[in-house]
Design a protein around this ligand. Sequence first.
Ligand SMILES: [Zn+2]
Length: 248
Amino acid sequence: MRPLDATELLHVWEHGLNQPPLQQALILIAAACPELDPGAVTKLSIGVRDARLLQLREWMFGSLLLNTAQCPQCGERVEWEGRTTDLRRQAIDDVDFAEKSRLEVDGYQLHFRLPDSTDIAAVMASDQSEGNADATVLIKRCVISADYKGKTCDLAKLPEHALDALSQKIEDLDPLAEIRTGLTCPECSHQWDVLFDITCFLWVEINNWAECMLRTIHRLASAYGWTESEILNLGPVRRQLYLGMVNR
Ligand SMILES: [Zn+2]
């Protein structure tokens, strides 16, 4: 994986415009990871994928994450901050996963893999067609084989407690798949966990960056007659300095 330059980022933004967040995440990673073929990008576990997005965000806009949430009790807007560097420390090494992909619970032996983007897409598609969300659909998709006391067990017959144990195991193995932050409301002292979605957060920033960049290109092109690629190749410092001169 490598950082994207301004030309590449603008191309990624244009390609991902009006796409669902899942596609935007995959487009970003595919652009930054030319060593992975598109199939391999979709097969990254959600936590590994999001660790890569956090790394990209750090390269693009720095480590500090400033965010807001609404208190579910009194409605107060609460600001919170985190660091990509702290979150990325929880990331797993996906190479090691094969050895950890077995779970034994009450006589059930489960061989499983971690959820990836293809699973998320499938669950979203089934939710839309059936109109009801089934939390166990995702977990069941990740079971490669299930045995009970040495005999193959039908997935539909797996008891709820075995699926719950597997869900917990997957959460422990891939902690970045669901990034949560504990918050306390300064108004009413209510405490709760908020989910942090790096894809949506980063895409808002990229969108803002792209709109600002297009305005800069328009100004500099109008003032100096440079082409879009010439302006993008200037680098951020020189672009800002020229923009300052034009705006003076
Ligand atoms: Zn509150």
